[in-house]
Design a binder for this molecule. Structure first.
Ligand SMILES: C[S@@+](CC[C@H](N)C(=O)[O-])C[C@H]1O[C@@H](n2cnc3c(N)ncnc32)[C@H](O)[C@@H]1O
Length: 335
């Protein structure tokens, strides 16, 4: 499942897939060039909606990715039938490619961090009257699996799945303080903050302050990246006045006596209505502390439910988690 699949631009004839692929750094190998479109259609789209798009100019994909994308796109454009003999590839496209080729791109080192933009469409009651309108989420992300010893600097698939679930069921978080465990880059935080703002507008409660979004992680580098992403001016979350970033280590939930540990103090003060977490079940050694944290959170009257989305990489880890978490009837695991 790709989170970007919901985006739609007018009569979508496959061109928007180019934009979605480019902005989400999908390798050209996995992109489909819209050969059924005319040269003029594809060329105009690539020039104006991709190359010259103001948002993508400000938050561009890494130079390394752009180089591979434009090489692929130019190759296809050059091979296309041109009904108009004079039709040519705009020099601005060639110039971009050539400037990337002569730039400092080091292929021997891991891919550098990059801006990534994902698109989504709010459900009808929350969307704008314009059927073609869409929301975007932009993040500075790592392009490697593990960077600086953490998996939290890139957005994982489970986040897209949980985001889709929340977008389809926005009432779940209406008027609720939402607490995220292992928040990573801030992708889900941006979705939650945007939905809360839209719910507020939709229920015409502009005068009411927005419910809190509490983003937590164990890693300080991850938390600071998350904060920077949430505050990017292009993200609607940057207008949300009630988002906080806190260190919460699930291992704290195992310290006895429970009533005196740091996790109890934090969760009691947080008074969250809904707890969420994506791809936080990945390491067998974290299952007990994570379940202890979920159990602790759910022990507070204010907390109605916890929703966890995960990727099954190892059936044993999943079984371990489900067995430990199974005691909690209000824990819903989205697979
Ligand atoms: C696989 S990443 C998922 C990040 C994000 N939720 C996503 O889906 O993109 C796992 C996250 O759990 C965090 N984490 C790992 N151990 C933790 C712990 N003991 N307490 C709190 N967070 C932890 C990591 O720092 C990382 O951000």
């Amino acid at each position: 499942m790709t989170f970007t699949s919901d985006v739609c631009y007018g009569n979508d004839n496959g061109l928007s897939a180019l934009l979605k692929g480019y902005s989400a750094l999908i390798p050209p190998l996995h992109l489909k060039f819209p050969l059924h479109c005319s040269f003029t259609e594809v060329h105009t789209f690539l020039l104006h909606q991709v190359l010259l798009d103001p948002h993508l100019k400000q938050y561009p994909p890494s130079g390394r990715y752009q180089l591979s994308f434009w090489k692929w796109a130019i190759g296809h454009l050059e091979r296309m039938d041109k009904y108009d003999e004079d039709a040519e590839i705009d020099t601005r496209i060639y110039d971009r490619y050539l400037s990337l080729m002569s730039g400092p791109i080091d292929r021997s080192s891991p891919p550098p961090d990059s801006y990534v933009t994902y698109y989504w469409k709010p459900p009808s009651p929350l969307g704008s009257a314009n059927q073609n309108s869409h929301e975007s989420i932009t993040l500075l992300e790592s392009r490697t699996t593990i960077e600086s010893g953490t998996t939290g600097l890139r957005t994982w698939c489970a986040s897209f799945v949980l985001a889709s679930y929340l977008i389809a069921n926005p009432e779940m978080i209406h008027d609720q303080t939402v607490l995220e465990l292992g928040c990573g880059t801030g992708f889900l935080g941006i979705v939650v903050a945007t939905l809360q703002q839209k719910l507020n507008e939709c229920h015409q409660s502009h005068h009411q302050s927005l419910p809190a979004v509490l983003l937590t992680d164990v890693n300080s580098g991850v938390l600071s990246r998350c904060r920077d992403n949430i505050r990017l001016r292009c993200n609607q979350s940057s207008n949300h006045q009630n988002i906080s970033f806190s260190t919460l280590d699930w291992f704290d939930s195992l310290s006895l006596p429970l009533s005196e540990n740091a996790a109890t103090a934090f969760l009691s003060k947080a008074s969250a209505g809904v707890v969420i977490g994506a791809d936080i079940v990945f390491d067998p050694s974290l299952v007990l502390p994570l379940v202890a944290t979920l159990r602790l959170a759910l022990s507070f009257e204010s907390t109605r439910m916890a929703v966890v989305a995960l990727t099954v990489r190892n059936e044993q880890t999943l079984t371990h988690f489900v067995t430990e978490a199974g005691e909690q009837s209000s824990t819903c695991v989205v697979r």
